[in-house]
Write a protein that binds this ligand. Sequence first.
Ligand code: 5AD
Length: 357
Amino acid sequence: MEEVVFVSTRHNLLEKVYQTNDLTKEEITYLLENITHADREILYRYALKTKQAYYGDKVYLRGLIEFSNICRQDCRYCGIRASNAKVERYRLTPEEILTCCAQGYKLGYRTFVLQSGEDLWYTEEIFIDLIRAIRKSYPEVAITLSIGERRPETYQRLFAAGADRFLMRHETASQELYEKLHPTMLFDDRRACLSALKDLGYQVGAGFMVGLPGQTPADLADDLRYLKEFHPDMIGIGPFIPHSETPLGAEKGGTLKDTLVMVALARLLIPDSLIPATTALGTLDPQGRELALKAGANVVMPIITPTSVRKQYELYENKICGDDHPEDCRYCIERRIQAAGFDVDLGRGDSRQFISR
Ligand code: 5AD
């Protein structure tokens, strides 16, 4: 009798999130604590259908340029944290970044994601000149920044110079866990940055890691509720993968299954968002990104960082594509997307929410 009640409760929750794109924190927590293999299959199918209703079978590509691994922050999970003395640090010059863009443009990319550690060598002025130069050469591309926390005035000037989008994961919605993991950052600052970026008119990406040490189903429910309320244009979700040169090196990492469930729930709760099948998922499992595409993701971010420095941008260990060249990643990804049954779209791929704004 009891089992029948549970089955019908889970079944009702799956139907509810599919029909209404909403669940309470308690409902999400209950689902995460009791989910079965069969429930997961239903969830993935509903997420795929929802993705198709909003974006069809298109998968958008973004060229990712990891332009500096120098970081002033000291996040306990991250391989390029300031106190890891074992990474060889690098910093691409604005000219080198422009060369990456030229190469990326030739490969067909129409979004460039400029990502780095929090490296203050790149001043506001340097970024402004760089963004203007990219804009001038490629007027139609989307320029996405992923450079961490700066002053709102800086965000405003970079937007005015021509940046379109900004990625900054909230990392975890649990204040207690956030504070444990980020000795050099504040929970409220992160949220304030995200809100400021959104108010300035950026298309904003938030997101979190799955399987962090101490993270509970209720914490993950908070992550999804925060996203539902903040309504970002983009949502990055990846498994935590331990890095041996960090204080969390001996911890367990996040699993493929748990991450896919969170991707699917994010799609169902925030149906018009752009959700990448992350490199971290591809690192955890050779089919990780394809499985994410089948569970609601609709973006892939192939790396166009020069091969000479790629391996040094090691946020977590065994990151894939370290020896590859930009053209390898471009065509490898296209084959994988097609083999999974989806169509590559090289356009700007703005979010549905942004288009209707
Ligand atoms: N495992 C998985 N993801 C990580 N990130 C940083 N370190 C790790 C790790 N060890 C993620 C963070 C960050 C993004 C760029 O990479 O969520 O926002």
